[in-house]
Design a binder for this molecule. Sequence first.
Ligand SMILES: Nc1nc2c(c(=O)[nH]1)N[C@H]1C(S)=C(S)[C@@H](COP(=O)(O)O)O[C@H]1N2
Ligand SMILES: [Mo]
Length: 168
Amino acid sequence: MVHALSALRTFVLISSLATGLAGAQQAPTGEVVLTVSGQVSKPNAGTRAVFDMKMLEALPQRTFTTQLPWFNEPVQYTGPLLRDVLAAAGATGTKIVAVALNDYRTEIPFADVSRYDVIAARLANGKPMTVRDKGPLSIVYPFDTRPELKTELYYGRSAWQLNQLQVQ
Ligand SMILES: Nc1nc2c(c(=O)[nH]1)N[C@H]1C(S)=C(S)[C@@H](COP(=O)(O)O)O[C@H]1N2
Ligand SMILES: [Mo]
């Protein structure tokens, strides 16, 4: 009996560790802010991997400051790397269609997320972004690290009010 109980405890521990490591397999407890659909191998809501802010906050965070042409002042952004969000969803493919709350959509080559430290920004100057402030999530490339990023092509890929990533 004692052995059976401790075996059960070990099993529960190992299963919860496995779920924790898988990331997106955990169900969100808060409002869903990002849905990853398409080629997703770690879904947690039907065939999709959905995230609330807490799940995005639990991933390693990256912070950098960049000047964007559509803001007057440089802005400091913080959020998980897009490649980590996609890995948590078990997403693989050749392209990502990013869809925003205002139905803006833009195509991002999957290679961009390995080549560049693109983030899903959830904080601007340390504060959550309201929908009015182009939040709650925004794709931000590390524009100031590579001159080729400061072009209309990458500005166009920087979807603000991001809420879906369709992986193909
Ligand atoms: N959600 C959303 N993100 C978007 C856009 C948009 O219309 N909606 N426009 C893109 C383009 S083309 C550019 S250059 C930058 C800045 O757009 P803005 O000047 O309209 O803010 O955001 C990009 N991200
Ligand atoms: Mo643009």
